[in-house]
Ligand binder design. Structure first.
Ligand code: ADP
Ligand code: ASP
Ligand code: MG
Length: 403
């Protein structure tokens, strides 16, 4: 079999752990498989590098940030390859560029446009274990880009897809996908399987165990994805098509996203096209908008609230301030002390009262809901960040996910 194995930051967190990863890869190779490893930077490294950049600038030039951050993954890739060679295995490390990963030009959150796996295939056919630095590619001008936080998952899935690998294993510090983050709710239960769609919602709504774009791509390319621990041999969780899952629970999991900020626009000029103007300007500046609420207007003005990822708040502020300067918005408020809790389940499609139960559970804990949004398979609520854990645990309990 051809197996892609991705190792996250904690799994390569120090030199002993890199050796542990080398041993695991060697074992897979000894079983007769071809292995392509994709690695993250050592845990904490990406944040450390970002901190260095922010020492010089509050909004550092994004293309330079990419040059800087991509170095973290290259350190682990080369060290892992050195360790494997020392053990007598032929191994060869590659940057995103050499792995043929071409992205668009959206620095710090680039999208993969194509992969030319020629170098990887050549190296494999020469009997090498290929070790790829995750999280990075190059744009058509040859500049280094990165794929957004957690982006090594995406590198792994994309490479697995391009190579038509038999399996893509994501090794991390938990032994699978749980009903919610086991660090927040120790009663969380490990799932044997979960559908692509539910995993995509959980990931998009803050369960950082998998990066959301990686799940989206795995679904599109039909990649067999398994999440498991690099510290144990426990069976992981299979992420698969909905039809491969027998039971469809009402709610499969709960996600928590602490990385959101709320922007409140007060006194927005109430004219046709204003929402389009504001939100298209935000989109042009690569700000991802999530929930939007517009309250009914009076006196020719209206109010709007929306949420953005925390690290896009500064960019969003610049856009909002320009509308204030043009007298199209009276004032704006920014709240970083919120979080989003969400319940996810395909079973919701055919049941009523699922959302009501979530609201009731918040009411019982005296938690005020600031914003709500729903779709066919999810209900999300914005609440004060001080209630984050309490909200997750009470929802976990309300839907009996510990059973
Ligand atoms: P890596 O560095 O390996 O990429 P991450 O830190 O990105 O690992 O993701 C693993 C973490 O995701 C776990 O330590 C866990 O706290 C968190 N997590 C959040 N939601 C879940 C969930 N539903 N199931 C398992 N882990 C989760
Ligand atoms: N090192 C990058 C990050 O911390 C990418 C990854 O780990 O997947 O976001
Ligand atoms: Mg991760």
């Amino acid at each position: 079999m051809l197996i892609v194995q991705k190792f996250g930051g904690t799994s390569v967190g120090d030199l002993d752990r890199i050796q542990n990863v080398a041993d695991r890869i060697a074992k897979t190779a000894d079983e007769g498989h071809q292995v392509v490893a994709v690695v993250s930077a050592m845990s904490g490294e990406t944040n450390k590098l970002l901190g260095y950049a922010q020492h010089f600038s509050r909004q550092p030039v994004r293309s330079e940030v990419d040059m800087l951050l991509s170095s973290g993954e290259r350190v682990t890739a080369s060290l892992l390859s050195i360790a494997l060679n020392e053990m007598g295995y032929k191994a060869n490390s590659m940057s995103g560029r050499r792995a043929g990963i071409v992205t668009d030009a959206a620095h710090t959150k680039a999208r993969i446009e194509s992969i030319n796996p020629k170098s990887i295939q050549e190296s494999l056919s020469q009997g090498n274990i290929v070790v790829i630095a995750g999280f990075q590619g190059v744009n058509e001008k040859g500049q280094v880009t990165t794929l957004g936080r957690g982006g090594s998952d995406l590198s792994a899935v994309a490479v697995a897809g391009a190579l038509k690998a038999d399996l893509c294993e994501i090794y991390t510090d938990v032994d699978g996908i749980y009903t919610t983050d086991p660090r927040v709710e120790p009663k969380a239960k490990k799932l044997e399987k979960i559908s692509y769609d539910e995993m995509l919602e959980l990931a998009s709504l803050g369960a950082k165990v998998l990066q959301n774009r990686s799940v989206e791509l795995a679904k599109k390319l039909n990649v067999n994805l398994v999440t498991r621990s690099s510290f144990s041999d426990a069976e992981g969780t299979l992420i698969t098509k909905e039809e491969n899952i027998m039971e469809e629970p009402l709610v499969s999991g709960i996600a928590l996203d602490r990385n959101q900020a709320r922007i409140s626009l007060i006194g927005v000029m109430d004219r046709p096209g204003i929402a389009s103007d504001i939100f298209s300007r935000l989109a042009e500046n690569n700000v991802n908008i999530d929930m939007i609420i517009q309250t009914s207007g009076h006196d020719g003005t209206t109010n709007m609230d929306f949420t953005v990822p925390m690290d896009e708040l500064e960019d969003a502020k610049s856009v909002v301030e320009s509308f204030i300067d043009n007298d199209e918005i009276k004032e704006a408020g920014y709240d970083e002390h919120i979080c989003k809790v969400s319940i996810v389940g395909v079973g919701m499609k055919s049941h009523t009262g699922v959302a009501a139960k979530a609201f009731e559970s918040m009411a019982n804990e005296n938690i005020n809901i600031l914003m709500i949004s729903t779709s066919e398979i999810k209900v999300s609520m914005i609440v004060d960040e001080k209630y984050a854990e309490l909200a997750v645990r009470s929802l976990h309990n309300a839907y009996e996910l510990d059973r």
